[in-house]
Design a protein around this ligand. Structure first.
Ligand SMILES: NC(=O)c1ccc[n+]([C@@H]2O[C@H](COP(=O)([O-])OP(=O)(O)OC[C@H]3O[C@@H](n4cnc5c(N)ncnc54)[C@H](OP(=O)(O)O)[C@@H]3O)[C@@H](O)[C@H]2O)c1
Length: 309
């Protein structure tokens, strides 16, 4: 089967498209023929060696965190699925493997894909919704009427965060460049700040929750807009020397776990019409170097979807 692997950490040149054997499902595993996968910033951060030192035997490593496809075989004791089921999911951190025609993954980590969305849409909604849902619902406990600032509303996670927060009944403010203002307003943002021309720290105050998907200096500056007792939920990365400048706010890092129960919650959002798919740009496994370069610009609107078959 075709897969994108790395044999070492480095720039886009280390990405290799090659044929590798189809994996064999072990106990509890599902073998899934992937139709669509997506490119996440985590992929090029992994490729660069930006995460913890990998274990012995890590290379060759197949990248790719989320996917949608069809179950082609099941290992012993794999529960809740049958061959032919359309499923989608997110791979465990460090395992990856979705940039491939077939993936072997714990059956208990994937969920049934709602019929109302295509494989492309399901893949585009997987890690983005998992992250935004756990950040806003399970970590920040965002409530109706609260004022939320989503840093980076036009991105993959931000575009879902806006929709979930709008559904909860929060007042949603987001930062985006001007070309994305109509896009984020269409997703449910009540106010949009052009971060190129407006300093959000001067425009905003009394914020209950900041959902920071951008990180760096945006993260550091986000604290001043919070009301006492407010919360920062961050996924974008704190600066290396960061320390919380306020003792009257909470700093929360969501624990983005993988499990079928989370995929089922995402499916519930989809079938109830709470979330629609972020804008998609389509590429293939053969385009992976260009796809990584595009993602690394930090200005993709919505999701890059890899059409695998
Ligand atoms: N912890 C986890 O489990 C987890 C899970 C998923 C993602 N993440 C991390 O979360 C971050 C976001 O992921 P993503 O998939 O949403 O990324 P993405 O799709 O690449 O989002 C990039 C977006 O950020 C916006 N942006 C860039 N600079 C900005 C600024 N200064 N102010 C406001 N918006 C800005 C861009 O919009 P404009 O073009 O309008 O600037 C673009 O749409 C990444 O660092 C990723 O690694 C963590």
């Amino acid at each position: 089967m075709k897969a994108v692997q790395i044999d070492e950490f480095g720039g886009p040149d280390v990405l290799q498209v090659r044929d590798i054997p189809v994996p064999v499902p072990g106990p509890g595993d599902a073998l899934i023929d992937i139709h669509s996968a997506t490119v996440n910033p985590a992929d090029w951060k992994s490729r660069n060696g930006g995460y913890a030192k990998p274990p012995e035997g890590f290379f060759p490593h197949t990248l790719g965190r989320d996917f949608s496809g069809v179950v082609s075989a099941l290992g012993n004791d794999a529960e809740g699925l049958k061959v032919g089921d359309e499923v989608y999911g997110v791979t465990p951190q460090g395992a990856d493997g979705a940039y491939a025609e077939t993936i072997c993954i714990g059956a208990d980590l994937v969920g049934l894909k709602p019929f109302s969305v295509s494989h492309d849409q399901a893949a585009a909604l997987a890690l983005t919704t998992l992250t935004a849902m756990i950040a806003l619902e399970d970590t920040a406990h965002l409530a109706a009427g609260q004022r939320l600032l989503v840093q980076g509303g036009a991105g993959g996670v931000g575009s879902i965060g806006i929709q979930i927060a709008h559904h909860i009944g929060a007042h949603v403010i987001t930062t985006a460049s001007p070309g994305n203002h109509d896009y984020v307003t269409g997703l449910g943002a009540d106010e949009v700040i052009d971060y190129n021309t407006t300093d959000f720290t001067e425009a905003l105050s009394d914020i209950d929750v900041v959902f920071d998907t951008v990180g760096g200096e945006v993260h550091t500056r986000s604290y001043s807009v919070l009301k006492p007792g407010g919360k920062v939920v961050w996924i974008g990365g704190q600066p290396a020397d960061f320390s919380n400048p306020r003792d009257d706010v909470e700093v929360l890092r969501p624990n983005v776990q993988r499990a079928r129960r989370f995929m089922d919650r995402i499916s519930d959002f989809i079938t109830k019409g709470v979330i629609k798919t972020p804008e998609m740009q389509f590429m293939g496994l053969d385009d992976i170097r260009a796809a990584h370069e595009l993602s690394a610009t930090g200005h993709v609107r919505g999701k890059i979807v890899l059409k695998v078959r």
